[in-house]
Design a protein around this ligand. Structure first.
Ligand code: ATP
Ligand code: MG
Ligand code: MG
Length: 570
């Protein structure tokens, strides 16, 4: 296992553990809003939150991480997403059984907290319309204007708030606001909204509520209810921290929560080149049919990653490698691919696939005969054994491994030249057929019976080229989906050097047209029988996975996860 890299969040938690600030526990939470599928950015947050709780268990035995569905926004959320998120978290290796919570389960408690604030004179019902609210908020340089409703009596506020809950008013007619400071340099403290009226159906609470709490209020209260110690979020919430602390401090003073209170800590979100990590853009890609659904292997969703053949261990390696910091950075997509390669190189069995097959006939090999050749399942794990790769008179080889005209530096097959059939014999090309367009249709060769790999003296004769092949009688046809990066440029939609000043780019114009190519190829028989999601290295080609959904023994389908080397590196 790799050593755990320290970072500023660990330093903070270490201090809290040493001082027993929160006793014997570190409690974190991963709080997705169930309004879309999780993406690679969420993986960073999952490994951070669940990872911290797991790591600190040694030191603080009661440490846990909660999976909290942040579902206080009624119309955008769906049960389908809840199930998908749970699956993704579990796929990454974390079991949230017994630690699953819904912010919507706290609606009653949140309402109670709001009434407490009203009773303490810390919140009021504002009846200005949305436009006026916006206009009186002020700007970064101008203070906001106090609402004419700011000094309503506690009794009047309570009465109105209760009527809001009872459904007496239409959407947008009133809001509940915290009474803080309309002149605060921090806009978040200018009497932020706590509750708004929304006559909308909620995926869990149904029609029980027609008022819903705002994120800034619901989130810190949910953290306090669950006894979260360290509430980790991305940097854009830094300016919200004073409000987070204000709500909890007031509610603790009012006796609703005990101190010490949860603390919010911000870290930089994951930004990756060649993809987009925003739900809004991902939704556009799916609904605009630029990809085939949420689990399209080209998408940077965790569902897509899984179908693509990316591994949880690869993501873990990646999150360890990029670390956690307080400054925004853009990570090269190649780093993620390297982590996947690293894990797959060690764990994936080797197999042979001829992606672009052309026929090769061994003219001196007996017809209707075949023999066994032996190929290691992994070059570094001798104990994984060898498997039989049958050889016969007619073989498939890779079209690009033959050139009708020799070219300098090309060490594979040419007329009159020799190569080794990997795990088999040395062969010499004796001729080839071409169609009217000049395409090679068949290659002829003679094999040297004294050169079989693994037999005494076989290696004494050296040839430069070494090509892979499959026996036509034994190979199976498969659909191969060659995936590549979703976008053709590092920063999709961003302006580029030399762009006219008024040019606005659309990220959809930067889609990589070659991000998916589908072809029919030949594969080893055992690959057809492999279970969906089995991962292999196809020798000389890259890492492939049997498609989670479409692969069957009758109709094998393999997806390319990643090539053997970074073909995008400059
Ligand atoms: P998006 O910005 O893509 O719409 P989100 O932040 O709205 O995502 P949530 O479901 O609210 O998505 O996120 C759940 C958790 O995942 C939050 O704690 C959030 O900070 C974290 N998270 C989301 N995107 C990233 C990212 N790119 N890097 C790190 N953490 C992220
Ligand atoms: Mg969010
Ligand atoms: Mg967001």
């Amino acid at each position: 296992d790799t050593a755990i890299a320290s970072h500023f969040i660990r330093t903070r938690i270490d201090e809290d553990c040493a001082q027993k600030t929160y006793g014997d526990k570190v409690v974190t939470r991963f709080p997705p809003e169930p309004n879309g599928f999780l993406h690679f950015g969420h993986a960073k947050s999952i490994f951070l939150n669940f990872g911290l709780a797991r790591d600190y268990q040694a030191q603080c035995p009661d440490s846990v991480c909660n999976l909290r569905f942040d579902d206080t926004n009624p119309t955008k959320e769906e049960t389908e997403y809840v199930d998908a998120i749970r699956e993704d978290v579990s796929w990454l290796g974390f079991d949230a059984t017994g630690r699953e919570f819904y912010a919507s389960d706290y609606f009653e408690r949140l309402y109670h907290c709001a009434e407490l604030l009203i009773q303490a004179g810390l919140a009021y019902v504002d009846s200005q319309d949305a436009e006026t609210l916006r206009a009186t908020r002020g700007t970064l340089t101008e203070p906001g204007k106090d609402s004419p409703f700011r000094n309503r009596s506690v009794a009047e506020n309570l009465e109105l708030f209760r009527q809001m809950r009872a459904g007496a008013f239409p959407d947008g007619s009133h809001i509940l606001r915290a009474k803080i400071d309309m002149a605060s340099p921090n806009m978040n403290l200018r009497d932020p909204a706590i509750y708004r009226i929304r006559h909308a159906h909620h995926h869990r609470s149904g029609d029980a509520w027609c008022i819903y709490p705002m994120y800034d209020f619901a989130h810190c209260v949910s953290d306090a209810i669950e006894g979260i110690t360290h509430s980790l979020c991305t940097l854009e919430f830094m300016d919200h921290r004073p409000l987070y602390d204000w709500f909890l401090d007031q509610l603790a003073t009012l006796g609703e929560f005990e101190r010490p209170l949860p603390q919010q800590i911000e870290f930089s979100r994951l930004n990756l080149t060649y993809v987009v990590l925003s739900k809004r853009k991902l939704i556009q890609l799916v609904t605009g049919k630029h990809v085939n659904g949420w689990d399209d292997p080209r998408l940077p969703t965790l569902k897509g990653a899984r179908r693509r053949g990316f591994t949880p261990e690869g993501f873990r390696l990646f999150t360890d490698r990029i670390g956690v910091s307080k400054s925004d950075s853009l990570i090269d997509y190649g780093v993620l691919e390297d982590c996947m390669r690293e894990h797959l190189n060690d764990t994936a069995e080797r197999r042979i696939a001829v992606l672009d097959p052309v026929k090769l006939v061994l003219t001196n090999y007996p017809e209707a005969q075949s023999e066994e050749c032996f190929a290691p399942n992994h070059p570094h794990h001798a104990d994984w054994g060898k498997r039989v790769v049958p050889l016969s008179r007619e073989l498939w080889i890779e079209r690009e491994d033959f050139l009708p005209e020799p070219v300098k530096g090309f060490f594979r097959l040419v007329p009159g030249g020799e190569v080794r059939l990997r795990y088999g014999y040395i062969i010499k090309c004796t001729g080839f057929d071409q169609d009217a367009d000049g395409n090679v249709t068949c290659i002829y060769a003679e094999y040297d019976p004294d050169t079989k790999s693994g037999t005494p003296g076989a290696e004494s004769r050296k040839v430069k080229g070494n090509i892979h092949w499959l026996s036509c009688d034994h190979a199976r046809a498969a659909e191969i989906r060659l995936y590549d990066r979703l976008f053709a440029v590092p920063a999709p939609g961003a302006r580029r050097e030399g762009d006219a000043p008024d040019l606005e780019r659309d990220f959809l114009d930067d889609l990589n047209p070659d991000a998916m190519r589908v072809q029919t190829s030949m594969i080893e028989e055992s690959l057809a029988d492999a279970a969906p999601e089995s991962r292999f290295q196809f020798e000389r080609h890259g890492y492939f996975v049997a498609d989670q959904i479409d692969h069957t023994a009758k109709r094998p389908v393999y997806n390319r996860t990643v090539t053997l080397r970074d073909s995008w590196a400059k």
